[in-house]
Design a protein around this ligand. Structure first.
Ligand code: FES
Length: 129
């Protein structure tokens, strides 16, 4: 059992398409404000194309915001923002590509980036944990 603790982050200055990385109890949390086009793209991905089959809808509380842990599910490296063939994250350690839903699309990682428990305490404040 992993205990994440609880921390609140103000994301009101995150701009569209930009990622913000916050640190919580030594773990990186990747937060991204997604455009309508990006949300539509992720929703249009057929489940059959996914190794770890989760819809985008299942991975978000508010579709505009993606919140995932910055820990590659292969061997735990930190994925790079705004990189990779699917415009989400790229893990340079062994070449895993994640999409804008944090889902694994190519490379050795077996699973999608983990979505931690979180909720919005107002439109621009995210309580993680
Ligand atoms: Fe990320 Fe191996 S640790 S691809």
């Amino acid at each position: 059992v992993v205990v994440w603790g609880v921390a609140e982050f103000d994301v009101s200055d995150v701009q569209m398409g930009r990622r913000c990385t916050v640190k919580m109890r030594g773990k990186l949390v990747l937060i991204r404000l997604r455009s309508a086009a990006e949300i539509a793209t992720e929703n249009a991905v057929p489940l059959a194309h996914l190794r770890d089959q989760e819809t985008d809808e299942e991975r978000v509380v508010n579709p505009e915001w993606l919140v995932v842990l910055g820990i590659c599910t292969h061997l735990g490296c930190v994925p790079i923002n705004n990189a990779g063939e699917f415009h989400g994250w790229f893990c340079p350690c062994h070449g895993s590509h994640y999409d804008v839903s944090g889902r694994i699309r190519k490379g050795p990682a077996p699973l999608n980036l983990v979505v931690p428990p979180y909720k919005f305490t107002d439109a621009a404040k995210i309580l993680i944990g």
